[in-house]
Design a protein around this ligand. Structure first.
Ligand code: CA
Length: 757
């Protein structure tokens, strides 16, 4: 199914046309970014659940065409045939929803403000989605829209046909919006308070618009009423309409801020100023080029390049910058935690349950300064809200489990990234690991019982075993920090806690399982039942969630051979499932079946490290085979190119790491576990000015196995590589073969780090 749609979207003539559209003769990195990847999704089946964001790296405000009604998390669906506006969006996931959003829609003829009525037909043939530019022809209005984003603003250009009624609608969306018109200055300001929770009462997104063309007529509207020539309106759902002369090209700039209108004007001045539309577009293109050129791949097909650089773009969209620059050029932010404006950085929109696994480890290699600034943002969240977030959008959201900011702090720290307040970071980590939280939106649910019993009891809490496993891994991260900082008592405490994964191992059935507060095992064991005591998975998916002590898990599972046999079984057994506490087939279940990799459910995050685990037990060739298989079958360059929710870069970061040839199985421990590099050569251009080269000699579709390897020309017989080796620059070279070399890196000493190794 994947390949047929891939062909439909980008093969042959279409691809050539796509590349020929670039402004230079040589295709550049941005030409290979296809923001439409992942947009062929729906509630029941996710091929990514993405929208085609035109946005800057980590951009505060992104811009996307909207095909659905306001409030529908699937903002843009590839199969749709109508567009109802270009939306300013901050949405991190359709399951979380949008906030601070508003939309802009040109039309001709009658003024229509309703989402369905105002929508125009469009065709993918007359649409172009790029990371720094989006354009579409609105066929019903014979009008072309173009948008070029900056970090917090955007430049628009609308080309109207010959018509007496060239109209622009500005829709400030619901939840007490405001709109103010200043016709003499060709300006509009507005406020949108749209949100889905996780914000203080004074939350607002301020927007300002400045036109290059005077509007000939204007007014404001509500859902029920048009008010000609009125200039200001507040209400549940308000907007503005403007008229322009026939046959005009209208250019305008839109600024956004979470602080004030004055700040939005300042953002606009800082980011666009007097620039032309073309200049804004060119600047955006070069901003992206400067990031994407940090990885060069050789020997890739065009489809692979599109898949790779689109993944790279997705990894650089989240978390979003949530700070702005004041008159003095200093960072300031509206706090989604206490509602005040503070100095310093802030970021928003991240599900750490997803992103700790590979997104942040990726930042540590190529974006260490950004990584440190993001961590300073989470430390500010702790200072302003009292806790690290565990899901932000833009403030605390009660979603998923674990307190994984611990992971990314420890990962940065042990990779030498320490440009943040280590004392405050450690205090926040320790609080997560010890203090009961009054609210499920932060801290660890069941922490007191977890400390008392050594596990979260499944008769008292939902998702109890998943929590136990993830808390134990987070405790590993705290343990390492405590040891290094000389907090011996803490190190002893958390060092014991991190082994709690053993308490939910059920030896009678050889899987992780639920355990009641009285110590007994939860009855009615099922290998295929999703949900409680797990999260979005079954014990097939969660029994491997001991990232820091795979060696300990090997012992529990009866040794290296039976550990490998269990992995083999997971990949080959039937993808059966039981709805469990969900009560219906959630999309992750369907996606597991679509993966055609047995019980390996790559469409969701808990298994993302699992294909790398044969490396810990003497059978690395199986990792090589299955990683290559996943890379080739679960990712593609078209609208259905992902096999489950993209989730703030995690699905994409897995692809980037896995195609480069290694993966961060245990963030917090500065090492990566080796898989099967996809390209003949990949070069990482490091922030220290050096480069790290990954060469795969003899690589081919069938040559998925590592015959031998050298690191900086010395034979390399381990299944892992230290972060330091990559970060200081060098070269790892693999010789690839069609048959496994079972002698390469299969001894016990070749295995990666485990705490009980
Ligand atoms: Ca997910």
């Amino acid at each position: 199914m994947k390949s047929s749609l891939v062909l439909l979207f980008l093969s042959g003539a279409t691809l050539i046309h796509f590349l020929a559209c670039s402004t230079s003769h040589h295709s550049t990195f941005t030409d290979f970014v296809n923001p439409l990847v992942g947009t062929d999704s729906e509630f029941t089946f996710s091929n990514g659940n993405t929208y085609p964001a035109a946005a800057m790296p980590f951009g505060m405000t992104a811009w996307t065409p909207s095909t659905n009604e306001l409030g529908n998390g699937w903002i843009y669906q590839y199969k749709a045939d109508k567009i109802n506006g270009i939306k300013a969006t901050h949405q991190p996931s359709p399951w979380i929803g949008d906030y601070g959003d508003f939309s802009i829609m040109p039309m001709t003829g009658e003024i229509k403000t309703d989402f369905t009525q105002r929508a125009s037909r469009f065709s993918h043939d007359r649409e172009r989605a790029q990371c720094y530019y989006y354009t579409v022809d609105l066929l019903d209005y014979n009008t072309t829209v173009e948008v070029a984003p900056t970090t917090r603003c955007a430049h628009f250009r609308i080309t109207y046909p010959e018509t007496e009624k060239a109209i622009l609608i500005i829709d400030a969306h619901r939840k007490n919006s405001e709109i103010h018109l200043f016709p003499n200055e060709n300006k509009i300001t507005g406020i949108t308070r749209s949100n889905r929770g996780g914000v203080p009462n004074n939350f607002a997104c301020y927007f300002v618009v400045e036109f290059n063309t005077p509007f000939t007529n204007y007014g404001v509207w509500t859902d029920d009423e048009m008010m000609n020539e009125s200039r200001t309106l507040k209400g549940e759902h308000v907007g503005a309409f403007l008229h322009f002369p026939s046959n005009t090209t209208v250019t305008f700039q839109v600024g956004t801020s979470f602080i004030s209108h004055a700040q939005a004007w300042l953002n606009l001045k800082n980011e666009i100023g007097g620039d032309s539309f073309e200049h804004t577009k060119t600047k955006g293109r070069s901003t992206w080029e400067n990031e994407l050129k940090k990885i060069k791949i050789e020997g890739a097909t065009d489809d692979q390049k599109i898949t790779f650089y689109t993944a790279f773009y997705r990894v650089l969209l989240f978390p979003r910058i949530f700070y702005e620059f004041d008159q003095q050029g200093l960072q300031v932010h509206y706090s989604p935690y206490d509602g005040a404006v503070h100095a310093g950085p802030m970021y928003a929109d991240n599900g750490f349950w997803d992103t700790f696994r590979a997104v942040y480890p990726f930042f540590t290699i190529l974006f260490p300064e950004r990584d440190a600034e993001i961590i300073r943002g989470w430390i500010n969240a702790y200072r302003e809200g009292g806790w690290f977030p565990k899901w932000t959008s833009p403030g605390y959201r009660n979603c998923m489990i674990g307190t994984h900011v611990e992971s990314l702090v420890a990962d940065a720290y042990f990779k030498g990234i320490r440009d943040f307040d280590i004392d405050d970071a450690y205090a926040a980590m320790k609080k997560d690991g010890t203090v009961p939280s009054p609210d499920g939106a932060y801290g660890r649910v069941g922490i007191a019982d977890y400390i008392k019993l050594g596990y979260v009891p499944s008769d008292k809490y939902g998702e109890a075993t998943a929590r136990t496993l993830e808390f134990a891994y987070d405790d590993f991260c705290i343990t390492k920090m405590a040891r290094d900082l000389g907090y011996d008592t803490d190190a002893g405490f958390f060092g014991k806690q991190m082994m709690n994964y053993k308490n939910v191992w059920h030896a009678d059935v050889d899987f992780m399982w639920g355990r009641f507060a009285d110590g007994s095992r939860e009855p009615n064991f099922s290998k295929i039942r999703w949900g409680n005591p797990f999260t979005e998975g079954s014990t097939w998916h969660y029994s491997w969630s001991v990232l820091h002590d795979i060696n300990g898990l090997i012992h529990l599972m009866g040794g290296r051979d039976s550990f490998c046999a269990k992995l083999d079984e997971m990949l080959t057994t039937a993808p059966e499932f039981d709805f469990g506490h969900y009560g219906f087939e959630i999309h992750e279940m369907t996606e597991m079946v679509a993966c055609k990799m047995g019980q390996y459910a790559h469409g969701n995050q808990p298994v993302h490290h699992v294909l790398y685990l044969w490396n810990y037990a003497g059978q690395p060739w199986k990792t090589q085979n299955w990683v290559r298989h996943a890379v080739n079958t679960l990712y593609g360059p078209g609208p259905d190119g992902l096999c489950g929710d993209e989730d703030n870069g995690q699905m994409s970061a897995w692809y980037i790491f896995s195609t480069l040839g290694f993966y961060p199985v245990c963030p917090g421990e500065p090492m990566y576990v080796i898989g099967s590099p996809l390209f003949e050569k990949a070069t990482l251009f490091l922030p220290n000015g050096e480069k790290f080269e990954i060469v795969a000699r003899g690589n081919a579709a069938d040559n998925v196995y590592i015959e031998s390897a050298t690191l900086n020309e010395t034979p390399w017989n381990k299944t892992w590589i230290a972060h330091e080796e990559i970060a200081r620059g060098g070269r790892i070279e693999f010789l690839m073969a069609a048959e496994p070399n079972e002698a390469w890196a299969s001894e016990e000493e070749a295995a990666p780090f485990s705490v009980s190794k």
